[in-house]
Each structure stands twice: as C-alpha cells, then as structure tokens.
Design a protein around this ligand. Structure first.
Ligand code: NAP
Length: 335
C-alpha cells in the first residue's frame, strides 16, 4: 500500500509564507476509479501567486480553503491508470497539489512529449513561467527587434526567459536583479547588454538611465512598486509596459502609489496586465517556439531545485526574500 504524504493549508499567511502555515499528514494513496490515474509526483513548481491563493485569493481564483491540500502544479509519473489515454510510466503535467501520490481524473492530465524536451525541460524552459514570458513579451509587449527592453526580476523563472526571448529577437536588453551574482548571471549567461543590481544602487532611476542610455521601449515588469515607478521615468515614445507580476507589493505593509504614471500619457505609451492562464488554448504555440530555441541551443532555464515535499513551503518564502537562484522547483522523485 502506497502512502500519500500531503501538505495541508493550516493558516493564512501574515507576511511571507512559510512552514508555519502548513500541516503535514500521510494517508493511503487512493486506487484510481474508472477514468482516473494514480500518480507519483516528480516535480512541483513553486510560484509567487501561491501566496495570494493562500490568503485572500485573487480576482481569478478563490482562496484555498483551510485544511485543503495546498494547490500547485507540477510533473508526475503515472503509476496506475484506469484511463485509455494514459499508461503506467507516462509523464504528465497537472495541478497535482502538494502531495506525493495524487489520484486525478485523466482528463486533467497533460501527457508530456519527451521527444520535445526532458522532464526537467518541461518544468523549466517549456514550463508555465517560460510560456508566461513568451505571451507577455509578444502579445502584450508587441516585442520588436528594434526595442530597448528592460526586465525586472531578470534572474528569476519568468525574467530569465524574458531576457533571452528579447535577445533572440534582436532587441537590446537590460535586466534588473538583486545582488552581484544574479547580475553576473544575467549579463554573462543570459547575455543581457546590461544588468542592474537594484540592491546596490542608491538611486534606481539613475542606474536605469546608465543601463538604458536611449530609454526603454518595452518594460517587462515582474515586481511592481518603486521599480516600476523608476522604469516609467525612462519610457520612450510608444512604449509598452507589460505588468506580469508585482511581487514587491504582495507582502508590502502599505500599497505603493506610483508617481510617474503620467509619463505614459507623455509618450503615448500603454501599460497592461495579463494572466498566462488566459492563453491556455495557445500554450502549444509557445512551447513549439520555445522547444525550437531550446534545440538550437539559444534558450536555457536555470532551475533552483529543492529536495523533498517539506521544502515546498520554505521555497515559497524564498521567492519573497529573493533567495531563489532561478526557477524554483521541488523534486520529490527521480525522473
Ligand atoms: P522568480 O522571479 O523566480 O522569483 C521571485 C523574484 O522576485 C525573487 O527571486 C526576487 O529576485 C524578486 N523579488 C522578490 N521580492 C522583491 C522585492 N520586494 N522587490 C524586487 N524584487 C523582488 O518568480 P517567478 O515565478 O519567475 O515570478 C516572477 C513574477 O511573475 C512574479 O511577480 C509572478 O507573480 C509573476 N507571474 C505572473 C504570471 C502571469 O500570468 N501574469 C505568471 C507567472 C508569474 P531578486 O533577487 O532579483 O530581487
């Protein structure tokens, strides 16, 4: 009999989430009914949005009820299947939850094509953070090769792919990241034209002016707050601001009020939020493009891998302290 180890949401976070917000339990794994599969979780993706799901929820999602298995997506191996569409040994992608052995209806499982990429590729450069960067830059940012692009949280999961896509398309790219090591990664390994260590800079706006001497056509914003405000000052005519995320504001005691929004009017620019889930029907398009760049050796994604289910809540907190070095994932089993 297999045991399903689970992490349940025990309390709503006040500030940065951590292990204190969860309880662990262990229950017998449930044998699949007709149309279901029993899975072994291999990787869990840990994402900043989970903090919102744990508390008030978001406009697109209700809060997770206390006592529920923590929600989250990842990759799993099929152990037992009562569905014709999946066989034992298949790798699938699904909303697995923070548990080692979920049993899930086969219609919610997406089988991975391992001829396109490895299991690690599917959680990394073909995963949702990469897909987010793809649609954000193209559909919202209308990326052009002549653009001068700035990306915040440039060393993170979404940011590192955004930097690389913009470079691949021929744009000039500067990245903002916290710390010298992350900036060296952005400049040397992602080949950004400039990297700004916002933690070392007294005046971020001045630093942006040095890194983007001709201004910004496209700002891909992962953090919001004062970073967004500083970037707005440097927008060029017809600039586009892609509001991908606002991690600096998730746990901020007071909401930050933008001072430079009127710059958008002056430059006939636009600023737009988006949600990757709205592009669900076009994920294949993004993955085809990303997989081709992966094959050509033009794209990579650095993963920050933590080991074992109990590390998931620790990893979630790390995102809000900038302690992750790359796309944060938790490994539960061997691929
Ligand atoms: P990530 O960038 O890998 O990790 C979060 C990073 O945010 C940290 O490593 C840290 O980098 C930075 N950060 C944390 N607190 C900060 C603060 N107060 N000020 C400035 N930077 C801060 O995470 P990710 O999963 O790739 O997500 C990046 C952003 O995309 C998040 O805002 C997320 O919510 C958003 N997102 C949006 C969508 C969508 O559909 N729109 C989908 C996925 C993700 P430094 O060390 O460089 O500070």
């Amino acid at each position: 009999m297999l045991t399903n180890h689970r992490l349940l949401l025990a309390s709503r976070p006040d500030g940065i989430p951590g292990p204190e917000n969860f309880t662990a339990d262990a229950v017998p794994a449930r044998a699949p009914d007709a149309g279901e599969a029993l899975l072994e979780t291999i990787y869990l993706s840990v994402d900043p949005a989970m903090r919102s799901w744990m508390s008030s929820g978001t406009a697109y999602r209700k809060p997770i009820p206390l006592g529920d298995v923590m929600h989250g997506g990842g990759i799993a191996r099929v152990l037992e299947s009562r569905s014709e569409s999946h066989a034992p040994g298949d790798f699938v992608q699904a909303r697995l939850g923070w548990q080692t052995h979920p049993t899930i209806a086969a219609r919610y499982l997406q089988k991975l094509d391992l001829s396109v990429g490895t299991v690690e590729d599917w959680i990394g450069p073909l995963g949702l953070s990469a897909v987010t960067a793809y649609f954000g830059l193209r559909d919202i940012g209308h990326l052009r090769s002549s653009d001068r692009v700035l990306v915040s949280a440039a060393a993170g999961g979404v940011g590192q792919i955004a930097v690389q896509i913009a470079r691949i398309e021929g744009s000039r790219v500067a990245g903002i990241a916290g710390g010298a090591d992350k900036c060296a990664f952005v400049a040397d390994e992602l080949h950004a034209d400039a990297a700004i260590d916002y933690k070392a800079e007294k005046n971020l706006s001045d630093a942006i002016a040095r890194a983007c001497p001709d201004g910004i056509d496209l700002y891909f914003d992962n953090v919001g707050g004062p970073t967004l405000d500083a970037a707005l000052e440097h927008l060029r005519e017809d600039a586009r601001v892609v509001l991908c995320g606002r991690i600096s504001q998730t746990t901020a005691p007071e909401p930050y009020v933008l001072r430079n929004e009127s710059r958008l009017t002056a430059v006939h620019g636009r600023m737009q939020r988006f949600l990757v889930f709205d592009y669900h029907d076009r994920y294949d398009e993004a993955r085809t493009w990303l997989a081709a760049r992966l094959r050509e050796g033009k794209l990579r994604q650095k993963l920050h891998v933590l080991e074992g289910l109990m590390q998931a809540p620790i990893g979630l907190g790390m995102l809000f302290r900038g302690e992750n070095n790359g796309k944060l994932v938790v490994r539960l089993g061997a691929s």
